[in-house]
Write a protein that binds this ligand. Structure first.
Ligand SMILES: NC(=O)c1ccc[n+]([C@@H]2O[C@H](COP(=O)([O-])OP(=O)(O)OC[C@H]3O[C@@H](n4cnc5c(N)ncnc54)[C@H](OP(=O)(O)O)[C@@H]3O)[C@@H](O)[C@H]2O)c1
Length: 309
């Protein structure tokens, strides 16, 4: 029997807990909210799933508490997918603690954790050589919760979006540098610089998502363009369009991975990977591989594929 405890009582935790409850040999505890932190983190469950925020610094204490209680940890915090990309001091400290306690820490979800990293690496396995990568993703944002939507950039006026960008409260999707580094590590190449752009996409009429209604003239989505340079040239380009109703801007959800090289390779998923069910699946399917992994802080780049078992 594997015990799995959830900290954070939101969408990702509840969707993942529902998947795991349907599996034999897994006991689910929670999801627990903020007022049940000890129950969530200190029970010594085999795996603690922390699905609270996106930011490494904000989950660091929670990860530490769970590791000290002897649990393996999976966190959805995007910055935790490759924590050395954000804060090497936190990453080194918790990596050392996990090694000492003989447990594993993993940052994962659908993105980062699959769409821009694990899947890209798998697709590259069918390419004789890789000169550069272009990964595109169009995401239907209508199923996200309000907190996440506002933070990534939906439901703002033009001024509010720009002000939020400056203040760091509007971030767009977080996780490109982490995914890019996970891929680069497997290739043994060093990223010199990552250029990043984000631009708002405005609603032309009132639009509704599960948790939010956006007025005409407010942001219904955004476009992001990230380019990682290796040896002075673009090596990994990421294009991400998120929208409450992608059809409003003539798009439909899709994922595309273009591998450039002597034999070009183009991989498409249409409709694209579902952010909610995809995240729940990657998390649920990571429980056993985290239990079996080496100790320390690992990335999806070094683990076997996540499979439902
Ligand atoms: N890597 C990936 O692919 C991936 C996939 C899905 C989600 N995520 C990220 O994972 C996080 C959770 O996603 P979600 O969709 O489940 O969000 P959500 O529906 O907004 O739920 C978040 C939950 O965590 C709680 N919470 C927030 N900040 C907290 C903190 N500092 N300490 C303790 N609890 C806290 C919230 O409590 P209150 O309601 O009390 O605030 C809520 O219960 C988000 O940051 C999201 O961007 C990543």
């Amino acid at each position: 029997m594997i015990t799995v405890s959830f900290y954070g009582n939101g969408l990702a935790a509840n969707n993942t807990a529902a998947v795991l409850r349907g599996r034999e040999g897994v006991e689910v505890r929670g999801p627990y909210g903020r007022d049940e932190r000890d129950a969530a983190l200190r029970s010594g469950a085999d795996v603690v799933v922390i699905a609270t925020t996106s930011f490494l610094a904000q989950v660091a204490d929670d990860v530490q508490t769970a590791v000290e209680a002897g649990s393996n940890v999976i966190t959805t915090a995007e910055e935790a997918a490759q924590p050395w990309a954000n804060d090497p001091a936190i990453a080194d400290r918790l990596d050392a603690l996990a090694r000492e306690r003989g447990v594993t820490i993993l940052g994962a979800g659908l993105n980062p954790g699959f769409a821009f990293d694990a899947l890209v690496l798998t697709v590259c396995g069918a390419a004789p050589e890789v000169e550069s990568l272009l990964v595109e993703r169009v995401v239907d944002l209508s199923g996200f919760g309000e907190t996440v939507l506002r933070r990534i950039g939906v439901g703002h006026t033009r001024e509010g979006f720009e002000e939020g960008k400056r203040a760091g409260t509007v971030t767009g999707h977080i996780g490109f540098p982490q995914s890019m580094r996970v891929v680069a590590e497997r290739f043994g190449v060093e990223i010199e610089r990552i250029d990043a752009e984000i631009e708002p996409v405005f609603a032309e009429r009132e639009l509704c998502g599960r948790s939010i209604t956006v007025a005409a003239g407010e942001t219904a989505g955004f476009r992001q363009h990230y380019v990682a340079l290796v040896n002075g040239a673009p090596w990994f380009e990421a294009l991400f369009t998120g929208h409450l109703v992608p059809a409003e801007i003539g798009l439909e959800p899709r994922d595309a991975i273009h591998v450039r090289g002597p034999a070009e390779l183009h991989f498409f998923a249409q409709p694209g990977l579902n952010p909610q069910s995809g995240t729940a699946a990657v998390l649920a399917n990571s429980v056993r591989r985290v239990v079996e992994a080496r100790s320390g802080w690992v990335t999806v780049g070094e683990l076997p594929p996540a499979v439902p078992r």
